[in-house]
Design a protein around this ligand. Structure first.
Ligand code: GAP
Length: 447
């Protein structure tokens, strides 16, 4: 059975507590573009940092890259995006709605939401036409066809065109990979479901260059590693599964593809959060042909030249952020209290605030001690200070944004320099010497 639908509650929590706002909200919003607020930017940054650490910093065989968003327009001819990155689109002459012709069953007729477009008697759908999803703009002062450039629809091509630059400058030997995190843009026809499908989003992509013939072994290796990364992020095993692309689903560049899918609950259910693709030598061959520059690797040991095959892992930073939020959201009864609590049970390493410090009262020197502790912890962790409202209310506020630890300074603290540390999930409280707090929190956060 699918998990419950928490999307509406999450959208509201994310706005109220500073995670995610609609872009340009005061002007009525920009369609399917979102802004990350103070807590959202920390959450997404923590997720990107975990990815960067796992893919780049902890390995010798993957190098980092930050390629530009604007690329030579020939890039997108070579990659197949100019000709093939299209969705079939139909318009309704009655309601002026616009729908993906191949996904009509997922859409609702705006005039009769119980029916799909085309099924209501007033619907007047046009013939399907191909709509390219790339955003076009112009480079330089002249708006003419020669100056057209595109906002990149994937970060991958920046890696392919830099394959030899990175390999030679870093003296890497095949097999090795190049990883980058960056913005991508797609003029999606039917975006939606909050930050699940947006027109501006961030990808975390890695291209692993391998000798032809070894590609399927590497494909299996990366499939397993990437699933483990999502599990280590705290996504529930019972919400994650692979989906294998059938021959009909495979992208034009793919020899084999698996999606890591996550159960977002409700009717959205299992959806792709990451793609693992065997892209063969498609991209390097295409760029070789379109640029007339050799993109071969010279294997010195075996004295042979070849164009490597590529195993790609491609994950959306925003989609994983949404998966982490959905996965973490829970409502709980609290013993002895009429009101329950909302908790974001985020993995502590990605929680936007690691610890909140409270003085139990605003007198007896407690705020001063609490602020000293706050300043001491600030260098090592993201911390928050709160002295307003009852202690119960302050706990609830931190639970709702996923803060794993709350530190309370009380009457005893000013005497013996100890504080209580309350655990978000178990609700257990430890009495800890304030001078040991950094080590205590570091130990808990590392586990
Ligand atoms: N380079 C391969 C590639 O881009 P993709 O399956 O089109 O493959 C990879 O995209 C990942 O990027 C997806 O699994 C998803 O997480 C994210 N993604 C793609 N389109 C998106 C969109 N419109 N909004 C948010 N994330 C998106």
């Amino acid at each position: 059975m699918s998990h419950p639908d928490v999307m509406d509650k999450l959208v509201s929590l994310c706005k109220r507590r500073g995670f995610i706002f609609q872009s340009s909200e005061i002007y009525g919003g920009t369609g399917s573009v979102w802004d990350y607020g103070p807590l959202g930017v920390e959450l997404k940054k923590n997720i990107k940092d975990r990815w960067w650490h796992a893919m780049v910093r902890s390995r010798d065989d993957i190098e980092g890259l930050d390629a530009a968003i604007l690329m030579h327009p020939r890039t997108w001819e070579a990659s197949g995006h100019v000709a093939g990155f299209v969705d079939p689109l139909v318009d309704c002459k009655t309601c002026k709605g616009r729908f993906r012709a191949d996904k009509l069953e997922d859409a609702k007729c705006p005039q009769k939401p119980s029916k799909q477009p085309g099924q209501h008697e007033a619907c007047a759908l046009t013939e399907a036409r191909q709509f390219n999803l790339m955003f076009k703009t112009h480079m330089g002062a002249l708006e003419e066809s020669a100056s057209i450039v595109y906002l990149r629809p994937e970060t991958a091509q920046g890696i392919f065109v830099n394959f030899l630059n990175v390999q030679q400058s870093m003296r890497q030997k095949v097999p090795f990979g190049i990883a980058q995190i960056g913005k991508a843009f797609r003029n999606e026809i039917t975006p939606g479901n909050f930050i699940f499908r947006t027109r501006e989003f961030e990808q975390m992509e890695m291209q692993f260059f391998v000798e032809p013939g070894t590609d399927m072994d590497w494909f299996e290796t990366w499939k397993a590693l990437r699933m483990q990364w999502h599990l280590d992020l705290g996504l529930s095993p019972d919400r994650l599964k692979f989906h294998q692309h059938t021959a009909g689903e495979l992208a034009h560049y793919a020899r084999a593809a698996f999606d890591v899918t996550f159960d977002f609950g409700g009717t959205l259910g299992y959806q792709e959060i990451e793609g693992v693709h065997n892209r063969s030598d498609f991209d390097l061959m295409q760029h070789q042909q379109y640029s007339s520059k050799k993109l071969e690797y010279f294997d010195q040991v075996n004295n042979k030249r070849y164009v490597p095959y590529v195993i790609e892992t491609s994950v959306g930073a925003d989609r994983v952020t949404l998966a982490a939020l959905v996965n973490a959201y829970r409502e709980e009864a609290v013993e002895g209290e009429a009101e329950g609590r909302v908790v974001l049970g985020l993995h502590p390493s990605i929680a936007p605030i690691k610890a909140a410090v409270f003085p139990l009262t605003k007198k007896d020197g407690q705020p001063e001690v609490a602020k000293r502790i706050l300043e001491d912890l600030r260098g090592a962790f993201t911390v928050d200070y709160d002295e307003t409202g009852s202690i119960g209310k302050r706990y609830r506020r931190q639970d709702e944004v996923g803060t794993p630890f709350c530190i309370t300074v009380d009457g005893q603290s000013t005497g013996d320099n100890t504080v209580t540390v309350r655990d978000r999930d178990s609700l257990s409280q430890d009495r800890v010497d304030a001078s040991q707090l950094k080590a205590y929190l570091a130990g808990k956060l590392a586990s």
